[in-house]
Structures are given as C-alpha cells and as structure tokens.
Write a protein that binds this ligand. Structure first.
Ligand code: UDP
Length: 243
C-alpha cells in the first residue's frame, strides 16, 4: 500500500485513481470486508468534532483523497497527494471494472425513487452489470438485519452505501462483522447524480478545483456545512507541519 498523508489525525492514502481501483480489486479477491472512505476537507473537519468518526476513519482499509481541499493541504505540507480521487469518479470506475469482471454490486442509500432510478440507469448504461439488489437509505434500526441478510444472501462483492457522511461510514463500521461483502464504500450523494436528480459541476470547475463553488451556487442551503472548507484552509495554513 502506498504511503499515507495524515491531516489533523485523518489518514489519506497517496493514491491516484488507477492505484485506488487496483487496491479495491485486490480487496475484492480477499475474503473479508474492506472499508473504503473518501475524505475531503468537510469530512476531515467533521472528524475534528467527532472522535468516533475520527477513529473509524483510522480503521478503514483505504481512504482516497476526495476534494481539492485535501490536495491543497498536502501541497502545503509538502507531502503531495498524487491527484484528486472523487468518490463519485471512483464509484464509476469500479462500476466499469465490476461490469467487466462480473462482481456483484448492491446499492444501499438515497430515497427509494432515487436508488431505483440509479439502478435502472446503471443497467441501461452497462449491459453486463450485475446489480444483485438495492434498498433506499431511509430505514429504521429494526429493518437493518433484514437488509444485511439480503446483502449477504445475494453474495454481494461490492456494496455502495449512500447515506451521506458521517452516517454511511458509521453504518458500515457498526455492521462490519455482520456484512459479508468484500468491499463497502461510502459514496455520499452519488446515487442522486446517477439518477439524474443532481448534476455534477462542469469539467472546467472540477479542473480548477472549484466543484465546491458550483455546489454552493446550486445548493446554497448547504453553505453552513460548506463553511468547513475555509475553516479547513485556515487551519492548514496556521498549523504546524505534522511529524
Ligand atoms: N441519505 C439517506 N439516508 C439518510 C440520510 C441521507 O439515504 O438517512 C442519502 C440522501 O438521500 C442522499 C445522500 O444520502 O442521497 C447524501 O447526499 P449528500 O450529497 O448530502 O452526501 P455528502 O455530501 O454528505 O457525502
């Protein structure tokens, strides 16, 4: 495994997209659950106020650098992360690999019409894809055993969990001993994008590292959460270089 860049006690693997995909493929060949997270500046800041979340992010098998904030931090600390590996992009790359190699996929999360539309869109786009099941993300504790039973019974290899951060990582961690999938990865709002309910920032914004700005324009009500970004940048600039 490549080295890790640790920012405010949250480790991030120094992987590019290809290395991230190769690592997940290796996980898929091993007979245990592997947890994958996609820390961005917002998640790193959430973890500062939530020790349980921080601990979970230290126990995952792979943390990919999601977001220009963490790339910026790695440059300041002279421990450069190779490139941004956005959770959504990683999910789409894994979908391609899984379709070619017949890995079994399960989608858990988002509203029921959204996850269904995401399922149908993926089936339409990737004729070889093997999605063994899907379930919305608005379930109660009482439904959990039944959902996990469904995931396991269908021999899921790759479980995408779209409950938003930190809920998705906490859910995966809490159920790590019950889940028989090989890989579980938290993918935030990705099902909404695949379902066509939310559009991603045009490439120019992504290239300039301004996806967050596009999101602020589109979803201004998120500004409170997004205040984490400037706070993160200030914290990076004023903190000492970690050992
Ligand atoms: N969600 C869910 N169950 C919940 C809360 C949220 O399934 O109890 C879904 C929500 O419908 C959306 C995703 O989780 O599809 C969160 O998207 P968001 O863009 O907020 O993700 P984040 O930025 O937190 O990663």
């Amino acid at each position: 495994m490549a080295e890790r860049f640790v920012i405010f006690d949250v480790p991030i693997d120094k992987v590019n997209m290809k290395q991230a995909v190769d690592t997940v493929e290796k996980f898929l060949s091993e007979d245990r659950l592997h947890m994958v997270a996609t820390p961005n500046a917002e998640i790193v800041m959430m973890a500062q106020k939530d020790p349980e979340y921080k601990e979970i992010l230290n126990k995952t098998d792979l943390n990919v650098p999601d977001g220009s904030g963490v790339i910026f931090a790695s440059k300041i600390y002279k421990e450069e992360l190779p490139e941004r590996v956005a959770g959504f992009d990683l999910m789409m790359e894994l979908i391609k690999v899984a379709s070619a190699k017949k890995y079994k996929i399960y989608l858990l999360g988002a509203k029921s019409d959204v996850v269904k539309a995401a399922y149908l869109n993926l089936k339409r786009q990737y004729s070889e894809i093997d999605i063994v099941g899907f379930h919305d993300g608005y379930f109660s504790k009482d439904d959990e055993d039944e959902i996990i039973h469904d995931i396991n019974e269908k021999n899921t290899d790759l479980l995408f969990v779209a409950l938003g951060a930190p809920k998705q990582e906490k859910w995966i961690y809490e159920n790590r001993n019950k889940l028989k999938a090989k890989v579980a990865i938290g993918v935030g709002g990705s099902f909404d994008v695949i379902a066509g309910k939310v559009t991603r920032a045009p490439e120019i914004y992504r290239k300039l590292g301004l996806e967050w700005f596009y999101r602020l324009l589109k979803e201004p009500w998120r500004y409170k959460r997004m205040m984490a970004l400037p706070k993160f940048a200030v914290k990076v600039l004023f903190s000492k270089k970690p050992k």
